[in-house]
Ligand binder design. Sequence first.
Ligand code: PMT
Length: 360
Amino acid sequence: MSSAIPSSAVPIPSTFSAEAYFSTQLPPPGLEAEVNGVREFLHRQNAAGRKVVLVTSGGTTVPLELNVVRFLDNFSAGTRGATSAEYFLEAGYAVIFMHRQFSLQPFSRHYSHSTNPFLDFLEIETSTSTSSSTSDFDSPSPTDSNTQLPVFEPDEEVPRICVTASKRADLLRVLTAYRAVQKAGTLHTVTFVTVNEYLWLLRAISHELAFSGRRAMYYLAAAVSDFFLPTQKMSEHKIQSGKGSLVIEMDQVPKILKPMVDEWTPEGFIVSFKLETDPKLLVPKARQALERYGHQVVIGNDLHRRKFEVVFVSRPGDSGDIKESWLRLDEEEVKDGKEIEKDIISELVQRHLAWIGVTI
Ligand code: PMT
């Protein structure tokens, strides 16, 4: 690769263990401030006796240049994470929502600009003003010309914005839940873009959450890149074209579930996701992940069936045997707009309570 940054005094390993990764790749700026925010949030939630879940969501990027113009990305809109976060909040959990910048978020996801743009269900109605007035908004600030609203003369038609009647019930439901969560202060968001930011944040937040012991759940729905380019091997400037094909050799991202389970948060209830596109590989790979990392649940999902079918892979009870159980929505449920995350979270909440040792 052209104009690689000279490597530092630290030798670059040929394969990265988690330890080698964190000792050679720099933490993102602002990490400490993010962790302080999480710490304060956890302090409040622990005082209120709430269970806490860390939800990771969205794809991670791998920059190819230090002054980044090009990057690789992992598929994920953030639907799974954002939807699940809402159901966790509904179940009484405090949620740390660690997501890819600009991916879907709880509540606002219902009004995504691409699938349900909110401007499409706002209507303008007009009524005649009786006295000189502005339209139905707060008075504009005299200092900000952008907020200046028109002043209407008596008898002039005044526009009012309202929500299309058919959309009101849904909006009211979402808005009510959103306001309740804001009031309770049970949602804390943290953002990442690159896989490096993701890994540093995950480690730091896991360390904080470890103090919550068994009351903490980890729901790792983010799509984490398996390959990366160490900063020491990156081109400083935009990779130039004109020299034929581009060959990049990437290193493997360390499997961070292992240190997470063994060292960072040994008591946490850890749920990871396994994404496959070949249905034949889904169960074997999910079983392999559970065997390799020794955490509590792997949820397997096939790329094309993930909205209505997932498989839970775990060791139920005290038995050493790994078992699978499928969770599916039927056609009627799909037609009615039921979200599979509702059933996933309901199942996980039961399992988490059992893990904590609560009988219901
Ligand atoms: O957001 P949507 O569009 O709704 O899509 C949701 C989803 C399909 C992305 C989500 O449901 C999902 O499957 N997320 C996990 C994707 C993924 O990273 O799969 P994987 O098979 O590459 O990794 C499996 C697990 O290993 C993950 O839990 C991950 O945390 C973990 N991992 C991954 C890479 C790495 N270096 N270390 C890890 O420990």
